[in-house]
Design a protein around this ligand. Structure first.
Ligand code: SF4
Length: 506
């Protein structure tokens, strides 16, 4: 028979733990501890404490902030989980000196940081700058769309919400009358009665909630005074489309320095589009650089790269106003790039992809027409057809030609397409527009090389925050609080860079 060492759960052990020894150099908790104790200024936050003469002593905001930063670095965002970590995890216990903040204290602290988060972010940025982690040569901007703590089912224009409310009221009336009928029916059980009662109360609450929202809010107006969808739970968030479908969420922006991917400014907004974000981001970034001792002209002449979602007249005007050396391509940039000519050959062939390219059509300059492979003619339909900032001449074949054509399956995009259309770009048309000037600039080979930096500068930042820090949705509600949450993650990202590339962690 094998022999084992005996064990007894009733035995007692006395363990001596030095909290200070747990915060070892070269770790995230060590850098957070040093930053909070020596660099960050909490005087702004301390003003909100009103217990100088009366009331219970509060937990020091430094203790709370250290634990919140460490929690965010480990993908823990919920206040209850942070509270639990302070009771169970030795690193959190060490950082909080054995104090166990309640989850409501943590939640109130984070929610109350709306005015103080930016000065703290700037202090961390100052440390990054003093450690030589900023190059100031090339900046990349991008946005990350994440779901908010609100359901898109509670979204709609005021008319849509009124319809939703009247549907709920109708259902409520029906249920109440059924309820009365079944009350008279003696065979109905108590369980049925309770279930219907709960259903009625729930519907009543929902209907009252919509009415309260409609009474206390105004419709949100978007571009060209068109009404945008409101959301009853979090009216600052918006419906936005992502590669994974439509979400109710926020668009978190980050402007990142090239050298070590330090975030120089971050903000979250309820705008799904990136086409007018640049001005606000540059204002914030300039304020941050001024706060850490640089001039307001810090970004003048610096390179800025952003993807084609930022290619808009509004953003390009900001580029001019801020004197940036910007590289923001339009969304046909890759199509014009000869290196991407054969990119479709590895894609599975679908019916919409096998249609005839332009080289199968013959142009006749005398008649200004194209002849298709079946011998039919495509005649000029629109002289100036502007699509995404590029002007095309559009040619079309007659429907009668294409309807009986044997080459339909190879020429037309889908079975339902009734005729073939050709869009011929007019090169460098109207080079005076900002968009065209940018297109001419980005098409130069040397510009392509600069633009290529973007993917290595800003994308790893979002990869780190999403995958390693596990931010997959905002848990707070309202623009100001979501901004706090996003800046906390940006700050943690920068602190990690100080740990990995600075001298503070050793
Ligand atoms: S589908 Fe129309 S455009 Fe295409 S080859 Fe046939 S007739 Fe010509």
């Amino acid at each position: 028979m094998p022999r084992y060492k005996p064990y007894d759960y009733r035995q007692r052990q006395l363990m001596s733990i030095s909290l200070e020894d747990q915060i070892r150099p070269g770790t995230m908790e060590y850098v957070i501890h040093l930053l909070v104790e020596n660099e960050l200024d909490f005087s702004g936050i301390e003003k909100s404490y009103k217990n100088d003469n009366t009331g219970r002593p509060a937990i020091d905001p430094r203790i709370l902030f250290k634990n919140i930063l460490l929690a965010h670095s480990k993908g823990i965002t919920g206040s209850r989980r942070i509270e639990q970590a302070c009771k169970e995890n030795i690193l959190f216990m060490a950082l909080s000196c054995g104090q166990t903040p309640d989850h409501s204290t943590i939640a109130a602290f984070v929610s109350g940081m709306t005015d103080q988060i930016m000065p703290l972010f700037q202090k961390v940025l100052l440390v990054c700058d003093s450690q030589g982690l900023l190059s100031g040569t090339h900046f990349s901007l991008d946005g990350l769309k994440l779901p908010s703590n609100a359901s898109k089912g509670w979204s709609g224009t005021f008319d849509e919400l009124s319809v939703k409310k009247s549907k709920l009221d109708d259902k409520l009336k029906r249920l109440m009358s059924d309820h009365l009928d079944q009350d008279k029916d003696k065979s109905s059980s108590d369980d049925d009665h309770d279930r219907r009662d709960r259903q009625i109360k729930k519907l009543k609450r929902s209907s009252e909630r919509i009415q309260k929202f409609l009474d206390s809010n105004e419709p949100r107006l978007g571009a060209r005074n068109k009404e945008k969808k409101s959301n009853i739970t979090d009216n600052d968030s918006a419906k936005m489309s992502t590669s994974h479908g439509v979400i109710q969420g926020y668009n978190a922006q980050a402007l990142v320095d090239e050298k070590h991917q330090i975030i120089v400014h971050g903000s979250a907004s309820g705008k799904g589009q990136d086409n007018d974000q640049l001005e606000q981001i540059m204002d914030g970034a300039k304020a941050n650089m001024e706060a850490i001792g640089h001039g307001s002209d810090y970004f003048e002449g610096r390179q800025l790269s952003a993807d084609s979602n930022y290619h808009s007249n509004t953003n390009l005007k900001t580029v001019i106003a801020e004197k940036l050396d910007a590289y923001i391509p339009d969304n046909l940039f890759r199509k014009r790039d000869s290196r991407f000519k054969t990119r479709d050959r590895h894609k599975p062939k679908t019916k919409s992809k096998i249609r005839y390219e332009l080289d199968k059509f013959t142009y006749d300059s005398q008649t200004d027409t194209y002849t298709c492979p079946a011998g039919g003619q495509l005649v000029l339909y629109v002289k100036r057809n502007k699509i995404n900032g590029i002007v095309y001449r559009t040619y079309r074949s007659p429907v009668a030609n294409c309807s009986d054509c044997k080459l339909r399956s190879e020429c037309l995009r889908t079975k339902k397409t009734i005729r073939r259309q050709l869009n011929i770009p007019i090169e460098h048309h109207n080079p005076q527009t900002l968009s065209q000037k940018m297109i001419v600039k980005i098409d130069k080979p040397e510009s392509g090389k600069i633009y290529e930096k973007r993917i290595g500068v800003v994308e790893p930042v979002f990869g780190n925050i999403r995958a390693c820090k596990q931010l997959d949705r905002f848990t707070l509600r309202g623009q100001a609080k979501v901004d706090v949450q996003w800046l906390l993650f940006c700050m943690v990202h920068n602190v990690e860079k100080i740990l990995n590339y600075g001298t503070l962690g050793v």
